[in-house]
Design a protein around this ligand. Structure first.
Ligand SMILES: [Zn+2]
Length: 261
């Protein structure tokens, strides 16, 4: 059990570490010039699989446990977490509808200015989805459970590596220099500690909010997986590869969560 006054800091630092892994992935831009569409679909699907398992095993199930520990019966606990989940998904749906972003996909090389616009909207989409990821890590620590927080840091950090690489390579593809592409990708990862601080602070203000916030972070991630990543990794002819990469990512995170948390 962690002291409540430390959980906000741990949540911030954990989400900062996880977010920095985006920069580790983006370092690849100094070694690789381009990614094939199949490799990109594999990498982003694996990231989605990790996010999916993290939503279930690190957020929804602990959220239900937390609600029961607060005295709710089985049905009440599930309904609380599900309500948080729906609210989280709805919040992200509204943010996505109001933000002009490009779905997770490389730009078509149509006109230069169009390709540029697409790529920046893609960067924005990745940056946006890092907020609930950071929140997930922050809330994991805010629960007062160090193992859960560390597992989320590791899992979310892992799936940020391919995401950072995808962003940086896409910027390179439209003509930006490697150092610039790396810096922008790294910056998208720094959205995570903002989400982490937000989630951890929310829970430290009110412990009864915890099952709601755990559900909310899961709902926001599930929204991104279904609305962005699955459709976009299944429309270029690599559906089988994408599905099994998602399952692979899911397996890795399920293993981490079961063995270490
Ligand atoms: Zn992600």
């Amino acid at each position: 059990m962690l002291l409540p006054e430390n959980t906000v800091w741990l949540g911030f630092i954990g989400s900062l570490i996880a977010g920095s892994m985006t920069g580790v992935g983006a370092l690849g831009v100094f070694f690789i010039r381009r990614l094939s569409t199949s490799l990109e679909d594999i990498l982003l699907s694996a990231a989605a699989g990790v996010m999916l398992a993290a939503s279930i095993f690190s957020l929804l199930l602990p959220g239900i446990e937390e609600a029961s520990a607060q005295g709710f019966n089985a049905s009440g606990s599930v309904i609380i977490v599900l309500s948080g989940m729906m609210l989280g998904a709805a919040a992200l749906a509204i943010i996505y509808r109001c933000t002009p972003h490009q779905h997770f996909r490389k730009p078509f090389p149509d006109s230069d200015s169009k390709a540029l616009k697409r790529i920046w909207l893609f960067v924005l989409a990745i940056a946006l989805h890092n907020f609930p990821e950071g929140m997930a890590v922050g809330v994991g620590f805010a629960k007062g459970d160090l193992e859960n927080g560390l597992t989320l840091t590791l899992g979310i950090g892992l799936q940020n590596i391919p995401e950072g690489l995808a962003v940086a390579i896409s910027l390179l593809a439209v003509g930006y220099r490697s150092a610039y592409a790396f810096s922008v990708a790294f910056l998208t990862g720094l959205i995570e500690p903002v989400g982490g601080l937000f989630g951890a602070a929310l829970v430290s203000i009110s412990q009864p909010l915890l099952p709601w916030v755990l559900g909310g972070a899961a709902g926001a991630m599930l929204f991104v997986i279904s609305d962005e990543i699955i459709p976009q990794t299944h429309n270029r002819g690599h559906e089988g590869l994408a599905t099994f990469s998602l399952l692979g990512g899911f397996a890795v995170m399920m293993y981490l969560d079961t063995v270490f948390a």
